[in-house]
Design a protein around this ligand. Structure first.
Ligand SMILES: C[S@@+](CC[C@H](N)C(=O)[O-])C[C@H]1O[C@@H](n2cnc3c(N)ncnc32)[C@H](O)[C@@H]1O
Length: 277
């Protein structure tokens, strides 16, 4: 098992610039994690302001449910929202099986109450598994991988990340992606997205923007793969067309080379921001 490492917030200066937090304002961090962005927001809004930080793993709250969360906490609409999607560096090696870099139980869910990938793999048919790996992993070997997973599962239940990574590796050609990425990368991404309903949650949060944010409020979303980025881009475009918001980033903001050198996670990060009308 590799030790879980400290999480360095991605695109921090850029997020603060687009969110433009001012003293006394109220911000929501929907993916607080190690609180990197939360802390910077708290400093800017000061003692007269407020930052609500929620996290599906840490506080058991899903950002898709923000309207109900604000209501239950008797909080009014916010001046801004940040969502920094996916999992944090702290969760790698954190015992929930988010990565095949360490051998852990195959859970892969943020919430302790969601169904684990271990159970999901038992329940899905080969055809369903193929579709998930193909769509959410954009994996061209999905049929071969799904077949291998179901065949292996019939012999012995798949319980750890290492078991799954090895099954996937054996199902694809030796020179998979010319060694650029581990053969299990896309399959793990796909299963994580499916198990946590990540794309549905993101779409729901975007549908809720008007309910949770004041007119003039800012929203910043950092995504780490094209499926998420497409959802953010299309939702902002549709909301802009119906006169509900103004996109602040014509193109997504990406990390600078110095940031990528010190924080490799930032390499695939894309930040999009908008302001409610
Ligand atoms: C990339 S990390 C955020 C790191 C954080 N911005 C920081 O600087 O420390 C993403 C976090 O979002 C959480 N998460 C994932 N899906 C969520 C959801 N639907 N609702 C709330 N939190 C979620 C994960 O548990 C993880 O801690």
């Amino acid at each position: 098992m590799i030790p879980n490492s400290k999480h360095v917030p991605v695109l921090l200066d850029e997020v603060i610039k687009v969110l433009d937090p001012k003293p006394g304002e109220f911000f929501i961090d929907g993916t607080a994690g190690a609180e990197g962005h939360t802390a910077a927001l708290r400093e800017k809004v000061g003692l007269t302001g407020h930052v609500l930080g929620i996290d599906w793993e840490k506080t058991g709250e899903n950002y898709a449910d923000l309207p109900a969360i604000l209501e239950s906490k008797k909080l009014h609409k916010a001046d801004g929202l940040i969502l920094d999607l996916g999992f944090s560096s702290e969760q790698i090696g954190g015992g929930r099986g988010f990565s095949f870099q360490s051998d852990e139980p195959l859970i892969m869910t943020y919430s302790a109450t969601s169904k684990s990938v271990q159970e999901i793999l038992k329940e899905l048919s080969e055809a369903e598994l193929t579709k998930i790996i193909s769509e959410f992993g954009e994996e061209s070997y999905a049929p071969k991988i799904a077949k291998a997973i179901k065949a292996a599962g019939r012999k012995k239940s798949i319980e750890t990340t290492k078991q799954l990574a090895e099954i996937v590796k054996a199902a694809v050609p030796e020179n998979y992606e010319r060694g650029r990425i581990h053969p299990a990368t896309r399959t793990f991404q796909a299963l994580r997205i499916y198990a946590n309903r990540e794309l549905e949650n993101l779409q729901q949060a975007l549908n809720n923007l008007e309910t949770i944010l004041k007119p003039g409020a800012r929203v910043a979303i950092i995504s780490f793969h094209s499926l998420e980025d497409r959802i953010v881009k299309n939702s902002f475009r549709d909301l802009e067309k119906s006169g509900k918001l103004k996109t602040l980033t014509k193109k997504p903001i990406i990390a600078t080379n110095p940031e990528i050198m010190t924080n490799p996670r930032s390499r695939s990060a894309k930040l999009r921001a908008a302001q409610l009308i």
